[in-house]
Design a protein. Structure first.
Length: 150
């Protein structure tokens, strides 16, 4: 299995691909196990660093004909690069903006820094709670597809 997602070799260069192994087959897709590594785990200096991280993760991948796959078979998972960029914005960029903006605005009007930090963290927590509350609606935009290995 590759250590990091790559551009798909087949038809759509705008996809992000990774390989995985089929765990279970359902009527509209597959449960696939993928190896997830942090950027540190793929680093050439990981042998002298203690922060490398590797773990197995199960993901659901849609496919139109799941009966063509077998349990244990290696498959290619693909997601639109646009969806990956959207996930980064929703998960990291927007919360960072909320945190910094609320900290700066509250610091301008409130003298107590502890209260300013509490407001900033509280607003960021509310943002993540809203993400959690609307996760089904958000999930529809992040479709992972399973493809046969060439």
């Amino acid at each position: 299995m590759p250590t990091e997602p790559t551009t798909c070799p087949e038809n759509r260069a705008s996809d992000i691909c990774q390989t995985g192994r089929v765990l279970r087959i359902e009527k509209n897709g597959l449960w696939v196990e993928v190896l997830v590594e942090s950027a540190c785990a793929a680093c050439h200096a990981k042998s002298v660093c203690l922060s490398s991280e590797r773990r197995q993760q199960e993901v659901f991948a849609y496919c139109s004909e799941p009966e063509l796959f077998a349990v244990g078979e290696e498959v290619r998972l693909a997601m639109r690069r646009k969806a990956g960029n959207r996930a980064v914005r929703i998960g990291y960029l927007y919360p960072c903006i909320i945190l910094l903006a609320s900290l700066l605005v509250s610091n301008r009007f409130i003298a107590n820094e502890l209260i300013c930090v509490a407001i900033a963290l509280g607003l960021t927590a509310i943002y993540y709670l809203l993400i959690w509350a609307f996760k089904k609606k958000l999930d529809s935009g992040f479709r992972i597809e399973a493809r046969k290995m060439s």
